[in-house]
Design a protein around this ligand. Sequence first.
Ligand code: ADP
Ligand code: MG
Ligand code: ZN
Length: 357
Amino acid sequence: MNETVLQEAMQQIQLRRYHARLEYEKRLEEVNRKIPPLAEINTKLARTSLILMDILRKGGDVRKQVEQLQDENLEAQHIAEQLLESSGYPTDYLDMHYICEKCQDTGYVNGCYCDCVRNLAASIGIAKMNQRAQMELSDFSQFSLEYYKGKTTDKNEDCYAHMCKVYNSCVSYADEFTKSSPSLLFYGGAGLGKTHLSLSIARKVIEKGYEVIYDSVINLLEQIEREHFSRENTEMDTQSLLLSVDLLILDDLGTEFSSSFNISALYNIINTRLNRGLPTIISTNLDYQGILRRYEERIVSRLFAVYKCMQFMGTDIRQMKKSKKQRKDDRNGFSDTGKNEVFHPELHDAEGGAEQA
Ligand SMILES: Nc1ncnc2c1ncn2[C@@H]1O[C@H](COP(=O)(O)OP(=O)(O)O)[C@@H](O)[C@H]1O
Ligand SMILES: [Mg+2]
Ligand SMILES: [Zn+2]
């Protein structure tokens, strides 16, 4: 685990303990004010450790005195519970309420970090990674199928009909997501909506409470390589986060440098997640042949045999949006030098729907 992430997690956990204490003191103050006999008992109970020290200091039959003190305290606690109950409070109202009962929000169990620290540190690590990827979540509602209308592939396949199916599978995938959902491979040319749909899935899955890491293959591999060769002692690194996160989205496979380090890191991620039954979404601009040419058999066989492959078809939507905007700007009298030229209101119409290329 990365040291700074761990420290951040520990700080947050200490804050939890502090809040638990604060909330407890508020409840105590409230019931002491409302139930005076209870206030008396609570004051007495709070003095237990002082009385105990007194017993030890004076000596004599210590054991007998301690036992007597314990009995008195038990009795006092019993009365306190009855007082709480008769005033309409739950009997555990004056217990400390920790977020993690296992370590009582100390972060340690038997001198080791508690699971809650590891979980929190993983969440912090994931949030940091997504921040680095500047993940701007897309939305299914911003995905328009109009862009695929009237387009056909070389093999005369109807892009619109095909992309409707792709879109619907992605929506159901996100709706029905669990940690054992299948892995997906999005492949097809640039600007066809692969990143848009994978980020729409990410948004939905995050809303459902799962942890998602999204980044380009290039960024993630660079990060892993940097950590691998750095001298810092990292107990848990990016790689282990990628291997264990609920959903991993690897964008733009095929743009990374084809080194043996990268290939084996990639294989490790794909293979380990498959073995663990965890879903991964990979997108690539490579086509079937391109993937075959670029990757070794052990990667290809996994991608094609185990991943659910979805082909993206159509015309580059980024380009379509760009030229549409350009035409609009031209008509509105904005040249690309930024100078405001003549504005022709008769040419200024409302744009709607997608254009046919
Ligand atoms: N079907 C769609 N409807 C609306 N916008 C889209 C659609 N497909 C892609 N876009 C937009 O076009 C741009 C390129 O899409 P992107 O998903 O990055 O393509 P890819 O990852 O396939 O290269 C993005 O701004 C994206 O939001
Ligand atoms: Mg993309
Ligand atoms: Zn804990």
